[in-house]
Design a protein around this ligand. Sequence first.
Ligand code: FE2
Length: 410
Amino acid sequence: MLFKNALIENSETPQDIRVENGIIQEIGSLESKNEEQIIDLQHKLVLPPFIESHVHLDTCLTAGDPVWNQSGTLFEGIECWSKRKEKLSEEDITERVNKVVRMYAANGIQFIRTHIDITDPSLMALKTMLKLRGTLKDIMEIQIVAFPQDGILSFPNGKQLLTEAVMMGADAVGAIPHIEYTREYSVESLDFALNLAAEHGKLVDIHCDEIDDEASRGLETAAARALELGLFDKVTASHTTAMHSYNNAYVLRLMRLLKKSRINFVSNPLVNTHLQGRIDNYPKRRGITRVKELLAEGINVSFGHDDIYDPWYPMGNGSLRDVVFLGLHVCQMMGYEEIMDSYKLISHNAAKTLHITERYGIEVNKPASFIILDAENYYEALTRDSVVLSSYKNGKIIAENTPSQRKLMF
Ligand code: FE2
C-alpha cells in the first residue's frame, strides 16, 4: 500500500509512505510497484496517532445518573459518584468502556492510559478492565493504572489491594498523596507505591497534589524517590495543580530536582480549570500546573482529558483537540511554534510517558499506525477543528470521518 503526498508532522514537503505487512517500509519520493494500492492524501497532514495519557474509564459516561452534579464541585461529584457506584457491575463498565473507546478511536486516538479505582475489596472494575484491555487491543492499546482513589494508608487494606492489583496485571502503580489523612501517610504512601513498582518492574502514575493547597508537596517526595530508586521517567506526576500556587522561590529549587529525576507530567486542562479555584473568591486561580515553565526546562509534559461525561466533568467527547485548545489558552502558550508543536502534547510527549516510543512514530520499520487530518498543518487543524479523516493502526484502517459541509444561501 502506498500513501502518496503526505505532509508528515507539519512538513511543507509532501512525502510518500509505503506500508507492507502492517509496517512502514519506506518514506520518501516513491514510485508505485505493480498492482500496489495507492491512496493519494492530497497534501493532508499525517501525524502519529493521538494518545490519551490520563482518563478514568471506569467513571466515563455516567453524568446525571442518577443525579446531576449541580454545583460542579469535586465534593458534590464524590456524592453523586457514591450513588452511581451502587449500580457498578461488569456489564455496566463493559458497555460504557466499549462506547467511550469507540469515541476515542473515531478521533484518532490509539493508546489510552486509564486509572481504575482499586479501593474496592472485590476489585471488580480492575478485573473488568483487564478483560477489556485484551478484547479491545486491535483498536486501542490500553494501559491500566491501579488507582487507590481513597488512599493507600487511609483506606482499609489499601496496601494489600494495591499489591493485589499489581499482581493481577495492572501496568502501573498509582498513589494519591494529597488525599491521605496526614503528611506522614502521604510520604509513606509514595514510598510504598514506588517501591512496589520497582520490585515488580511497573510504571508509576500518581494523582499528585490535585488541590489548591500550596503546602501540598507530594511532588518533591515522588521526584526524590524516582531519582533514588532509579525509576526516573518510569514515574509520572499527574495533575500537580498545587504547583500553580507554590511560591517562585520554592519552584526554583524544586525544578532542579524535577530535572534530575526525569519524571513526566500530565496536565488535564479541561477538568482542572473546571474543578480548581472553587474556594477562591477573586482573583480565582486557574488550577493548572506550570506547563510552559516545565517544558522550557526540558521536562516532559503531556495533556489528558481526565474525565468524560461523569460526575466530575459534565462534558467531553473523546477528542483531545479540545484539551489542547483550552490548554494552550490557560497555559498562555499561543506563540506560533507553540501552536504548531502542540500536537506533541497528545502524541510524542504522551508516548514517552506511556513508555511506547520504540514502536511509536512515523518512521521506517515501525508499525504503520498514523492518522490523516483534514488540514495541511496542526495550526490549521486546531483552529478549524478539522476532523481526523482516517486512522490506520498496524496498516489497517480503524476509523474514518467525513468533513461536515456548510451551505451559505447568500
Ligand atoms: Fe485523574
